[in-house]
Every structure is written in C-alpha cells, then in structure tokens.
Design a protein around this ligand. Structure first.
Ligand SMILES: *Cc1c(COP(=O)(O)O)cnc(C)c1O
Length: 462
C-alpha cells in the first residue's frame, strides 16, 4: 500500500486539484497535497487503511479539506446559540448594518480623520462623535479611548495622580479579564481611599474622608453583581451636591452605555448616561461594546475643563482609537437619534428587547429545520432564559424559548465539542445531555449554517 501511494505530481494533474490551483497559490496547494500524502502514509503504517480504499481519491479529499482549513483566518465568525447577548469571549456587541458599512468605507479609503474639511486645518479624531454625544447625553465635551478600562485609568491618572480618590467598599468591583478597581487606581497613581462597608455607604462616609489631598469622588456601577437586602448606596445626586460644596469633582463609571430608558421593554437597573449627566456629575465613562451595541471603546463624557485636561494628558495618545472605531461609533450613535429605529437596527438592543412571541416563532422554525435534517434526533421546545452578559444586568433573566436537541448516538458533550471545533463553529449550552439552542442570539441568515453544522456531526471523520 505504501508503494501505491500517489506522487505529488500525479495528484496535481487531477481535474479537481487543477480547479483548486485556479483559486489558490500553487505553493499552498502543493503543501496541502504533501501533507495529505504524508498523513495517509502514517495511517497505512498504523494499519488504519485497507487495500480497498482508493488512495488517490483519499489524498484529493484530504487536500481539499486541508486547503479550506489553511485558507481560513484564525479570527472567524462563530454562531452564538448560547443566548448570552454580550459575550466577551465572542467579541461582545455585533455591529449594525450601518456601522459595518461605515467601517468598510473608511477602512478602504483616505478620510478626514484628523482634518477639518471646512478650514483645511488639522482636526481632531474625536470631533466626529462630539455633537452626537452632546445630543444624546447632554454632555459638554467628550473623548473616546480604547475601552472603558482605559477611560477610567486615563481620567484618574490625569485628575488624581499622587492624590486621593474616595470610593465605597461596596463598589470595588472586578470585571472579567482582571479589571479591578483597586488595581486600576494603583496603576493610575491615585491613592484609593475606601469608605463605608460592603453593603452600606452613606454620604457622611464620603464627607468624613474628604481632606486637602482629595482629588475626586468616584462612583462605580456594580455592573456584574448586585448587593441586595440590608443596603444603602449614596446617590449620584448626593455626591454631586457634596462635590460642589467641597469643590471636588465627581466621576462615575457607568459600565454599560445605556443611552435611553429601556423600561418599556422590561429592562431596568442600568444607569442612563443622560440622567447621570443631568445630575451635574463631572465625568461619566462607559463601554462602547456593551449595551450601547457599538465597537470596543471607552467613552468619556462630561465637563469641558476636565476633559480638555484629559485630552492633553500624554497617556491619551497611547490609548487613542483607530479610524475604524470612530467610523463604527459614529454610525452606531447616529442610529440612536431615532430610539425606535435603533431598537430595530442595533443587534444588541434588538436581541435584548426581542418580544417573546418572536422568540417562539424563531424557536419553532429552527426546530422544524433541524427535525427535517436530523430524523433520528429528539427535538423539543422548552421555556428558559437568556442573559445580557458582558457584565450587565446580572439579575435580569430574559424569558425565551429554547430548542433542545437530543441526538441518538452522540452525547451532548461530544456534540458540543464537535460543534465548536467544526468548520462553522457553533457555541451552544448543554443541559441534561441535551444541546440547548437559544434563538435570541442566532442572527438572521445563520439558521441554515447551524443546521448544516448539525448535519456534519454524524458524518464519520476519515
Ligand atoms: C465592563 C466594565 C468596565 C470595563 O470596561 P471595558 O470596556 O471592558 O474595558 C469597567 N467598569 C465597569 C463598571 C464595567 O462594567
């Protein structure tokens, strides 16, 4: 059998391989053929192949598979069937159609990123979103940096290096990926002054801690957990009043960027940026890619004199955003000018506010498609919950309809593994040996790809 293995040249003469050569470089195709042959050689040596296998056709199929794998990018689209809308491991917010188009346009041409087209003079990359942020939040000035962690670091470093910043013990949060308030503060050079207790912090606690070294009062939104029961948190209004009296600026890290009230959709518990700004708080920071539904960014809005000081701080340059971020953010924010439209067009908001009836329809359609493709599987619809994720709305369970798939000859664990390692990766949940699919986060047009991935599960691998 080893002697009858085809030579590279022989394979390259095959019509199917010639077809591949028309699309891909000869170098890459030859490499795949070589690897396919050597893989088969190993299999023969291990006694895994038998004389009746046509070696030539095996080499060709293996070359085709290898080429698909090698020409694919490492960073690729995955189907998120977990029902977690903002999944940090899966890239958080999916951008809207308009935001994607804006990125593609700006990426493929020169732009006025730092040029004022009316005067022909040097402009600022932040100017493109300034008026939108003013209209949407009521702020005086704004700055956009790499992410919210960078925003907080920068604000603290520029305002409070070598001085004291007062924070409630109940708000010393850790966000996944090791963003910890005390550590960020240490990096910024500001000295953390902890006050109150885990469950209760009063205005008097802040008042007592203020001295000549105090540079700011910091309030941090407890995005990914809630302290419930016997609790007291000092409101932003109270802090602003105290800050005014003592002439100390108040900073609030809002976590997610919620720009308008989502109460009508049953979503509550996240601070609304505009409401914070209207209390007179000096600085608010928030993420671009959480509930705002935009690109990764840290948005700083607030008082003009403080923000102009932050803009001049040398670290700002190191944390600045790219033109593609500015393009995506401008397009995302522009859609917020029409609150009803944005709920329809922004994928994060659309998924967050998706009506139960629509989820049921989506679940039934998916069940139907899967049942047709997998005659041996047991497929049912169950009631369950989705999550906002991304460190937002930790106690909000979003009711949904789930599709549960029980495969006849494959454990849910194995199937889930094959689904995320497959050609079209699919991320699922597992419950009681069933694969659970939440239609909320399956994007329009992904159903068919999902069904094909399931069909591929039972195909034996050579
Ligand atoms: C998510 C979060 C951060 C970190 O934001 P990134 O944009 O991920 O850097 C900081 N603070 C709070 C309160 C958060 O919720």
């Amino acid at each position: 059998m080893l002697r009858s293995l085809p030579a590279v040249e022989e394979i390259l003469q095959d019509v199917q391989i010639k077809e591949l050569l028309r699309k891909e470089s000869r170098h890459l195709v030859v490499e795949c053929v070589r690897e396919a042959i050597s893989e088969l050689r190993e299999k023969i040596k291990q006694g895994e192949l038998f004389a009746e296998n046509s070696l030539k056709s095996l080499v060709i199929t293996q070359t085709q598979k290898m080429l698909i794998k090698k020409s694919r990018y490492n960073l690729q689209s995955v189907i998120n069937a977990t029902g977690v809308i903002l999944h940090t491991n899966l890239g958080r917010a999916v951008l809207s159609q308009k935001a994607r188009a804006a990125v593609a346009q700006i990426a493929g041409s020169y732009s006025n990123l730092e040029l004022d087209l009316t005067t022909g003079e040097r402009g600022s990359r932040y100017s493109h979103v300034l008026q939108l942020l003013r209209d949407l939040t009521g702020c005086e000035d704004a700055l956009v940096v790499n992410n919210n962690a960078a925003a907080i670091l920068l604000v603290l470093a520029s305002m409070a290096k070598g001085k004291e910043v007062i924070v409630s013990r109940g708000q010393l949060i850790e966000i996944g990926g090791s963003f910890r308030v005390p550590e960020v503060m240490e990096q910024s050079g500001a000295k953390l002054v902890e006050i109150g207790t885990t469950n209760k912090t009063y205005l008097e606690d802040y008042e007592r801690a203020i001295n000549s070294e105090t540079a700011a009062l910091l309030k941090v939104h407890t995005s990914n957990y809630r302290v419930v029961g016997f609790t007291h948190e000092t409101s932003t209004e109270e802090l602003v009043k105290l800050g005014r009296e003592k002439n100390i600026p108040v900073i609030e890290d809002a976590g997610s960027g919620v720009l308008f009230d989502l109460k009508n959709y049953g979503i509550q518990g996240e601070p609304i940026v505009q409401e914070l700004i209207s209390t007179g708080v000096d600085i608010v920071t928030f993420s671009g890619d959480k509930l705002l539904g935009g690109p990764q960014a840290g948005i700083i809005v607030g008082n003009k004199s403080i923000i102009s000081q932050v803009k001049k701080y040398p670290l700002t340059r190191a944390l600045r955003v790219d033109k593609m971020t500015v393009a995506a953010l401008e397009a995302t924010l522009k859609e917020y000018l029409d609150p009803q439209g944005v709920v329809e067009n922004n994928p994060a908001l659309n998924m967050l506010t998706m009506p139960l009836a629509k989820l049921q329809t989506k679940a039934e359609r998916l069940k139907h498609l899967l049942a047709a493709a997998l005659p041996d599987a047991e497929i049912t619809i169950e009631e369950g919950y989705s999550q906002a994720g991304g460190g937002a709305l930790p106690t909000t369970n979003l009711p949904t309809f789930l599709v549960a798939v029980h495969l006849a000859n494959l454990s849910a664990e194995k199937a889930a593994h094959r689904l995320h390692t497959g050609e079209q990766p699919v991320l699922v949940r597992i419950n009681q040996n069933k694969i659970i699919l939440d239609p909320r986060t399956i994007l329009p047009g992904e159903e068919q790809l999902l069904v094909s991935a399931f069909q591929g599960l039972t195909v034996a691998k050579i």
